[in-house]
Design a protein around this ligand. Structure first.
Ligand SMILES: Cc1cc2nc3c(=O)[nH]c(=O)nc-3n(C[C@H](O)[C@H](O)[C@H](O)COP(=O)(O)OP(=O)(O)OC[C@H]3O[C@@H](n4cnc5c(N)ncnc54)[C@H](O)[C@@H]3O)c2cc1C
Ligand SMILES: NC(=O)c1ccc[n+]([C@@H]2O[C@H](COP(=O)([O-])OP(=O)(O)OC[C@H]3O[C@@H](n4cnc5c(N)ncnc54)[C@H](O)[C@@H]3O)[C@@H](O)[C@H]2O)c1
Length: 479
């Protein structure tokens, strides 16, 4: 209940969380003339800017620079072994975050006309949120509260020091041996980066590396990680942690029995969870499902129809570009009263390890599980002239089409995969056919030719069929 001294604010829209989702919604709504209150308990910019995409990609860029000498050697240009100054690397990481931070800052949003409140928000009733002594009554609310690292309940884990994405970018010295718990996107990206910067790295994964991705596309990355000296322990489930001389020890359950692994540092990258405790959701009529996720309808509305969810808090895949897309959906619903729902088919994802991995639409295994009929088209970078010129020929473009040639999904493994996925995003979204891509004139020599070649693969068996040969024979007879 509002106290007697409470300051009361009225708004059209109250956004809780100033991460990728909340910031985009607040900016869009205020530019459309809405009165917006934006509440942030931590750092403006949320995970992506402070402890996610930005610092990880800055670290990956530094780690890649450490491999340039080796690449150049294959092209006949010799450098000495890299001299890595870890403090300077982290300096680059922090400068990158600082360079982007003004875009997400309180000052910028205040200048836009958004009322930015710093503090932890909590619903008092279905139409009021409290932040300290302030009470915000708004016509609509958005929960853009993001996600946190999931720390598995391993016996002993609370007694050993461990890193997560929230602390790893504050390291001041390179770990001697980094044990990464989890072979998902974070485990692969950061595991490879720390290895390249000189740490010994072990990745422990209970299933297989990047389990949701097509194994054929993951294989080039697995080979590269092994070649770079990352110790991969797939099919190994961490079950217990304890302190050991110089660090910690994990006990792993594997098919062959229990094993132990010691390291100086542990990075927990075992998935993400949204935590809605302390938000007063009960009193606001906002229900969670049995797994603790928000119950949402097809328009991102919670069970309180005035409250929407966006970004990681919506419980789907955790991507900044999806948070940005959610922002558009929420703005359409809230400001234009359009019954918009989020895109389900054409949400791309990229793992920024090397070789990079990009996917849009369902994978081959997902289509099989759905019982769909489809054809697989492939084009290996080994057959691509640009890849040959650059001496980086690993990976492929793999496309899944209906028997009539409509593009269902596409995956790419190889350099620049994330940059190459866009035409396939459009193809999946617009229901385009392989022929639409095969007919495009693509500059030579580019890696994009591999996409065109994969698309053209749909026509090859048809073009060189007995039927076509018969037609050519017939036309020849006609003179
Ligand atoms: C290491 C790492 C690398 C990543 N790399 C990529 C990448 O390359 N590409 C990509 O697309 N995605 C990447 N992601 C995922 C991406 O960071 C998230 O999907 C994105 O940040 C989600 O944005 P959000 O706005 O939903 O949540 P967040 O960015 O988590 O923002 C939520 C905000 O809400 C605030 N908050 C929570 N509760 C309250 C409350 N009660 N009151 C007030 N404020 C509150 C939090 O303090 C936080 O600032 C990465 C994630 C990690 C961890
Ligand atoms: N490039 C990107 O877009 C990018 C980069 C990083 C993170 N992200 C987002 O953040 C999410 C979280 O990343 P993540 O890598 O932490 O999670 P994840 O869910 O992708 O992978 C976690 C892995 O940890 C394993 N695991 C869990 N408990 C274990 C145990 N006890 N023993 C062994 N293995 C165990 C799981 O099997 C799983 O494969 C990603 O899925 C993605 O949505 C995106």
């Amino acid at each position: 209940m509002a106290g007697a001294t409470a300051e009361r604010l009225e708004a059209d829209l109250c956004v809780v969380g100033a991460g990728s989702a909340g910031l985009s919604i607040a900016a869009g709504a205020s530019q459309l003339g809405a009165r917006v209150v934006l509440i942030e308990a931590g750092a403006m910019g949320g995970d992506c800017l402070n402890v996610g995409c930005v610092p990880s990609k800055a670290l990956i860029a530094a780690a890649r620079a450490a491999t340039l000498g080796e690449r150049a050697a294959g092209l006949g240009v010799a450098y000495g072994p890299p001299a890595i100054d870890f403090a300077a690397v982290m300096g680059h990481v922090h400068r990158t975050v600082a360079a982007i931070a003004p875009v997400d800052s309180e000052e910028r949003y205040s200048a836009m006309g958004v009322t930015v409140l710093r503090g932890r928000a909590c619903f008092l009733d279905p139409r009021t949120v409290a932040v300290g002594e302030r009470r915000i009554a708004a016509r609509r609310f958005v929960l853009a509260t993001g996600s946190r690292p999931f720390v598995p309940p391993l016996p002993g884990l609370d007694a050993v020091p461990y890193l997560t994405n929230e602390t790893v970018f504050a390291l001041e010295a390179l770990p001697r041996h980094l044990l990464v718990l989890g072979g998902g996107a974070i485990g692969c990206e950061l595991g490879q980066a720390f290895r390249r910067l000189g740490a010994e790295v072990s990745i422990v994964e209970q299933g297989r590396l990047l389990a949701g991705e097509d194994p054929e596309l993951v294989e080039p990355l697995r080979r590269r990680l092994l070649a770079e000296g990352v110790a991969l322990r797939e099919g190994a489930r961490a079950e217990r942690a304890e302190a050991a001389a110089g660090g910690l020890r994990l006990t792993l359950a594997t098919e062959a029995g229990a094993e132990t692994l010691e390291a100086s540092h542990l990075l927990v990258a075992a998935g993400r969870r949204s935590d809605f405790a302390g938000l007063g959701l009960d009193g606001a009529g906002i229900a969670l499902d049995e797994r603790g996720r928000l119950q949402l309808d097809g328009r991102l509305r919670t069970t309180n129809r005035r409250v929407f969810a966006a970004g990681d808090a919506a419980g789907g895949p955790c991507f900044t570009h999806l948070a940005g897309h959610h922002a558009g959906v929420v703005l359409k619903n809230v400001l234009f009263r359009l019954p918009a729902g989020p895109e389900r088919l054409a949400v791309p994802r990229v793992t920024y390890a090397e070789p990079e991995l990009a996917q849009v639409g369902p994978t081959e295994a997902e289509l099989r599980a759905q019982g769909r009929r489809f054809e697989v088209l492939r084009s290996a970078f080994f057959e691509n002239d640009r890849a040959q010129c650059e001496g980086e020929t690993e990976g492929l473009v793999k496309v899944l089409v209906t028997p009539r040639g409509r593009v269902l999904g596409a995956g790419i493994a190889g350099p620049q995969a994330g940059e190459l996925i866009l035409p396939w995003v459009l193809a999946v979204k617009r229901g385009m056919k392989a022929g639409d891509l095969a007919q495009a004139i693509v500059p030579y020599p580019t890696r994009s030719e591999a996409s065109k070649r994969a698309a053209a693969g749909y026509f090859l068996p048809r073009l060189f069929s007995e039927r076509s040969r018969r037609l050519v024979r017939l036309l020849r007879r006609l003179g």
